[in-house]
Design a protein around this ligand. Structure first.
Ligand code: ZN
Length: 162
């Protein structure tokens, strides 16, 4: 198969902008093009699907609905936790991100929705849950992954391994 277009098992470098509600939330302008290995869930599904077949130099605007992005906002994804579960000297703030471990040992991000002296309400929705994501992407390079990258299922940036 010819490898001159975006497809599973190739590493794509892309310039991108992410706009939500008319506001620029993220872009490659500062950090440079983002690289990702296609087909391993490294970028949100709705974006990857729309990029399939793009060639180097191609640009595209992609609108991703919540179900293919960060999910629908879930009114039930809130949990009340006793304030005593948190260190007494921990300064809580509305909107702050916390990393919690559930009963299965899975790490999850949660956000402080509100709190008082007794109870902290955590919100497990992703901050972009329910949002329609407007991406502008441009493919700037394509390459084969290294064996190690393929093995790990993600890109290894220079001088950075995990
Ligand atoms: Zn790795």
């Amino acid at each position: 198969m010819s490898k001159d277009s975006v497809q599973d098992g190739l590493v794509v470098s892309m310039e991108y902008k992410l706009i939500v509600d008319g506001e620029l939330l993220d872009s490659s302008d500062g950090a440079g093009p983002l690289q990702f290995l296609v087909g391993y869930g490294n970028v949100i599904a709705g974006l990857e699907k729309e990029m399939m077949g793009m060639k180097i130099g191609d640009s595209k605007d992609v609108v991703v609905q919540p179900e293919d992005g960060y999910g629908e906002f879930d009114d039930d994804a809130f949990m009340d936790v006793p304030r005593t579960e948190f260190p007494a000297d921990m300064e809580l703030e509305e909107g702050m991100e916390l990393h919690v471990t559930d009963e299965d040992g899975e790490h999850q991000a949660a956000y402080v929705a509100k709190f008082d002296d007794k109870t902290v309400q955590l919100d497990f929705n992703h901050p972009l849950a329910g949002a329609e994501l407007h991406f502008s992407v441009k493919v700037v390079a394509l390459r084969d992954p290294t064996e190690e990258e393929l093995d790990h299922g993600h890109v290894h940036e220079e001088g950075h391994h995990h």
